[in-house]
Ligand binder design. Structure first.
Ligand code: MOS
Length: 766
C-alpha cells in the first residue's frame, strides 16, 4: 500500500522555484498597469494641519487619493478596527499613509509623491513601553493599555512564602524585522464585469478580502483576492497586506487603471509590522531541592500605534510565559502598551519568543542559585502527562518536554561539556583568546488559534476530482515557503489511497477556494490536514458507491488503494478510469468539510483558564558557542534541536523549519539591532540591519522525537513557529557558560558584552 506521510517527497513548488520559473508579484506583467506610491507621515505623532499639492506639478497626469476617497470604513478589519487606512486628522506613527498617488511610470509616481507636502502640529510622542506606562502622552484610552490579561493558578503569594529562595529577573527584547527576501507587493486589476481583483504576496487572502469589502461597502461578488507565490512571510504578511491591498485597490478605482505597488527594502522596513518589543519580569520561588513553589510573571509588549493583532499576540505570549514547567502557584499579568511606533504584529512565534527568552534565561539563573545544572533543573521540573499548565490545561497526551530535553542533552553531551566549561571559567585562566560555552532551552508552542479561536473560525477546505483521476485540494491557506502545498497533499494522498503525484493545491483565489482561515498560528498541518481526512471519507464513499453500482459488488469488500479500486485483494479498476467515468456520469465530485475542535476542549477567555490549544509541540535546543574574549564576537558553532512534531509528515521539511526558525532566533539573539530614532527606524537596509547569512549558520543536528496526537492527522501537530522560541535563550545561556556574562536585553551585541564584561562574571541583574 502506498503511504506518503513520513516520506521526504519533493516539494510541489520546489522545481519551479529552483529553476526560476516562478513569477512573484513583481515579475507578473499586467496590462495597462500604473504604479502607486505612498505619501507618509514624517513624524511620530501630530495633527495634520494641511496637505499641499504643489501647483507647479501637473496633477492631470496622475491619480491621487486621500481618506475622503474611501466610500466605506476607513479601517483595517481585524479584532479591533482602530487602524486607519489613510490618516484623517491625526498621524500616529512615522510612515503612516496619508495620500496615495499612481502614475503610468514608477518615476512619475515618485515625482508626484515629492510634490505633496504635509504640514503638522506636532504632539508629544510616546516612544517605548516605559514612556507609555508613565503616560508621557495619553494616546490610547485613558491608560495607553491596548489590551491586558491575567492568569491565576493556585496562590502565588503563598507559594513565594514557602520558598527557600526567591529569584528575580528582568528581560528585554527589541523590534524584530521579518526580513523576508521578497518585499511586500500587491496589485489591483479591473475585471471585465466591473469588479476588482487584488493580487499579491499575502498569507491570508480572506483577511484582505474582509477589509476590501468594508472600505468599498461591497460584497464578495465585486472583489476577489488572489495569492501569488510568496518569497517568505514569517507572519509579516498576515496583517500588513490588508493595508497595502487597499492602497492598490483605491488607486485602481480612482485612476481607472490597474495599479501595482512593490516596496523597496527601505520602505518595507520603515512601514511594515515588526515583532513586539518586550519587557518581561520574573519572580520565582524555589525550594532547596529544586521544586518550583511559585512563579510571578509580568509581560509588557509595545503594540505600536494601533491594536491590530496585539490582543492575540499578547494572549499567546502570556499563556506561554510560564513555559513547560510544573508549578502549582502562578500569577502572570500581561499588558500591551500603545506607543507612536509602527504597529507591531504577527511574527513567527507570535508573542512566545519574547516570553521564552525571559523564561529560559531565568530558569538558568534559578538553577544556578540552588546549585543544580541547567539540565538537572529542567528535568526535575518539566511537565509530563497528567500535569497542568498555568491555564490549568491538563496535558493528556503527546507531551514530549522530557523526551526532547533528554534527547538534545544526550546527543550534545550537554552535562559533560557544561561542567567542563564551568570549571575553565571558574579557574579564571586566560590562556586562549576564545572561550567555549554550551546552553540549553526547553520550550513548546501551542498549535492553532488560541482558546475558542478555531471554534469561531468555521474553517472549511475541500477536495475536488478532476479529469484523469487528478485531485485538487481546495483551501484558502497559502504556502509562504513552509510547505503547506506539499504536506496537505501528502495527508490527502494517504487518506484517499492514491499517489501524491495525483494531488495538487488550487492556488488561492477567494472566488474559487473556501475560507480555510488564515495561514498562521502553526495551524495548517493539523487543522487542514484533519479536514482533508474528513473530506476523503465522503469522497471515497461517492466513488465506491459508483463502483458498487457498476460492478455489482458488495460495498463492504471495496476499497481504494494504490491508485486503484480493489475488491478484497483483487484490483478491479484503475482510479483514473473510475474517476473519469464518475465525472462523466455525475458531472462533478467535490467535498467541502469544516474543522471542528476535538471534543473536551474548554476555554474561558475572560479568566484565561482552560485548554488554550488543542495540543502543544515541544522542543529543546542546545547551543554551542565560541566567544572571542578580545572582541566579544560570538559565533554559534552548533545547534542540536530535539523536536516533537507529533508526526513528521515530511521529515526534511521539519528539519528545514527547525533550522530556518532557529537561524532567525539566532539573528534576533545576537545580530539584529533595530535602532529607532524618534519612532523612525534608522537601519532600513540589509547593509546595516544585520541578519544571519550562511557565514553565521551553525552546524545543525535535528532529532525528530515523535509523540503523535490522537486527534490530529496521522498524529501531526504544527511546528512552523516553534523553533523561534528556543534559539535566543539557548545562545544567551551558552554565552554565560563561556564567559560568565549574562545579557538580559536582546540582541546580545559585542558592545553589550564588552560593557558587562569589564567586570567579569557580572550578571547585570543578579
Ligand atoms: Mo503567524 S506569526 O501566526 O503569521
Amino acid at each position: 500500500m502506498f503511504s506518503c506521510v513520513g516520506k521526504n517527497v519533493p516539494r510541489k513548488d520546489g522545481a519551479a522555484k529552483v529553476i526560476g520559473e516562478v513569477q512573484y508579484i513583481d515579475d507578473i506583467k499586467i496590462l495597462d498597469c500604473w504604479y502607486g506610491a505612498v505619501v507618509r507621515s514624517e513624524i511620530p505623532y501630530g495633527k495634520i494641519k494641511n496637505i499641499k499639492y504643489d501647483p507647479s506639478f501637473d496633477w492631470q497626469k496622475v491619480a491621487t487619493c486621500d481618506w475622503r476617497d474611501i466610500p466605506g470604513k476607513n479601517a483595517t478589519i481585524f479584532l479591533s478596527e482602530d487602524q486607519r487606512i489613510l490618516a484623517q486628522d491625526i498621524v500616529m506613527h512615522v510612515g503612516e499613509a496619508i495620500v496615495l498617488v499612481a502614475a503610468p511610470t514608477k518615476e512619475l509616481a515618485q515625482d508626484a509623491k515629492r510634490h505633496v507636502k504635509i504640514e503638522y502640529d506636532e504632539l508629544q510622542p510616546v516612544l517605548n513601553i516605559e514612556e507609555s506606562k508613565k503616560l508621557k502622552s495619553v494616546i490610547a484610552g485613558e491608560d495607553n493599555i491596548l489590551v491586558k490579561y491575567l492568569i491565576e493558578k493556585g496562590d502565588a503569594k503563598k507559594g513565594l512564602l514557602s520558598a527557600d529562595h526567591i529569584i528575580e529577573g528582568e528581560y528585554r527584547t527589541g523590534f524584530h524585522e521579518h526580513a523576508y527576501i521578497e518585499t511586500q507587493g500587491m496589485a489591483a486589476i479591473h475585471r471585465a464585469d466591473g469588479g476588482l481583483t487584488v493580487m499579491g504576496s499575502m498569507q491570508c487572502p480572506f483577511y484582505v478580502l474582509k477589509t476590501l469589502k468594508s472600505i468599498f461597502n461591497v460584497d464578495e461578488t465585486k472583489v476577489n483576492v488572489v495569492q501569488t507565490t510568496m518569497g517568505g512571510a514569517f507572519g509579516g504578511k498576515e496583517d500588513y497586506p490588508s493595508l497595502l491591498g487597499t492602497y492598490v485597490a483605491l488607486l485602481a478605482k480612482k485612476s481607472g487603471h490597474a495599479v501595482k505597488i512593490v516596496y523597496s527594502r527601505d520602505e518595507d522596513i520603515l512601514v511594515t509590522t515588526k515583532r513586539h518589543p518586550s519587557i518581561v519580569t520574573h519572580k520565582t520561588g524555589v525550594k532547596k531541592d529544586g521544586t518550583i513553589t511559585a512563579m510571578e510573571i509580568d509581560v509588557a509588549f509595545d503594540g505600536g500605534a494601533y491594536s491590530t493583532m496585539s490582543p492575540v499576540v499578547l494572549s499567546r505570549g502570556l499563556i506561554h510565559s510560564s513555559g513547560p514547567y510544573r508549578c502549582d502557584n502562578v500569577i502572570a499579568r500581561a499588558a500591551c502598551y500603545a506607543t507612536n511606533n509602527v504597529p507591531t504584529g504577527a511574527y513567527r512565534g507570535f508573542g512566545a519568543p519574547q516570553v521564552f527568552f525571559a523564561l529560559e534565561s531565568h530558569i538558568d539563573k534559578v538553577a544556578e542559585k540552588i546549585g543544580m545544572n541547567p539540565y538537572e533543573f529542567r528535568l526535575k521540573n518539566c511537565v509530563r502527562i497528567g500535569d497542568t499548565l498555568s491555564t490549568t490545561q491538563l496535558l493528556k497526551e503527546s507531551v514530549a518536554a522530557e523526551r526532547c530535553l533528554k534527547e538534545a542533552a544526550s546527543e550534545s553531551s550537554f552535562e559533560k561539556k557544561w561542567k567542563s566549561y564551568e570549571k575553565i571559567k571558574a579557574s579564571g585562566a586566560k590562556t586562549a583568546r576564545t572561550k567555549k560555552g554550551i546552553g540549553l532551552s526547553l520550550y513548546m508552542h501551542g498549535g492553532a488559534f488560541t482558546g475558542s479561536g478555531e471554534a469561531i473560525m468555521k474553517t472549511e477546505a475541500g477536495l475536488r476530482l478532476d479529469a484523469g483521476g487528478k485531485v485538487s485540494v481546495l483551501m484558502g491557506c497559502t504556502d509562504m515557503g513552509q510547505g503547506a502545498t506539499t504536506v496537505i497533499p501528502q495527508i490527502a494522498a494517504d487518506a484517499l489511497g492514491i499517489s501524491y503525484e495525483r494531488i495538487s493545491c488550487v492556488s488561492p483565489d477567494t472566488d474559487i477556494v473556501p475560507d480555510s482561515g488564515p495561514t498562521v498560528a502553526s495551524r495548517v498541518t493539523m487543522v487542514i490536514g484533519s479536514v482533508m481526512e474528513k473530506c476523503a471519507i465522503g469522497f471515497k464513499d461517492k466513488l465506491l458507491n459508483f463502483a458498487v453500482a457498476k460492478f455489482s459488488i458488495k460495498k463492504g469488500e471495496l476499497k481504494i488503494s494504490d491508485d486503484a479500486i480493489f475488491s478484497g485483494n483483487k484490483k478491479i479498476a484503475d482510479f483514473s478510469s473510475i474517476a473519469d467515468e464518475y465525472l462523466k456520469a455525475n458531472g462533478e465530485l467535490k467535498i467541502i468539510e469544516r474543522y471542528h475542535l476535538p471534543p473536551g476542549i474548554n476555554w474561558d477567555a475572560t479568566t484565561h483558564r482552560g485548554d488554550a490549544y488543542p495540543a502543544y509541540s515541544w522542543a529543546a535546543d542546545v547551543a554551542e558557542v565560541t566567544v572571542d574574549v578580545d572582541t566579544f564576537e560570538v559565533s554559534v558553532d552548533k545547534m542540536t534541536i530535539a523536536v516533537d512534531p507529533g508526526k513528521a509528515v515530511n521529515p526534511i521539511l521539519v528539519e528545514g523549519q527547525m533550522e530556518g526558525g532557529t537561524l532567525q532566533a539566532l539573528g534576533w539573539g545576537i545580530l539584529e539591532n533595530a535602532v529607532y530614532d524618534k519612532g523612525r527606524p534608522v537601519n532600513t537596509k540589509f547593509q546595516n540591519y544585520i541578519i544571519p547569512t550562511v557565514m553565521d549558520t551553525p552546524e545543525w543536528k535535528t532529532i525528530i522525537a515523535e509523540e503523535p496526537l490522537s486527534t490530529a492527522p496521522q498524529g501531526a501537530k504544527g511546528i512552523g513557529e516553534l523553533p523561534l522560541n528556543g534559539g535566543a535563550p539557548a545562545i544567551a545561556n551558552a554565552i554565560y557558560n563561556a564567559i560568565g556574562v549574562r545579557i538580559n536585553d536582546l540582541p546580545i551585541t559585542p558592545e553589550k558584552l564588552f560593557e558587562a564584561g569589564k567586570n567579569e562574571t557580572n550578571d547585570q541583574h543578579k
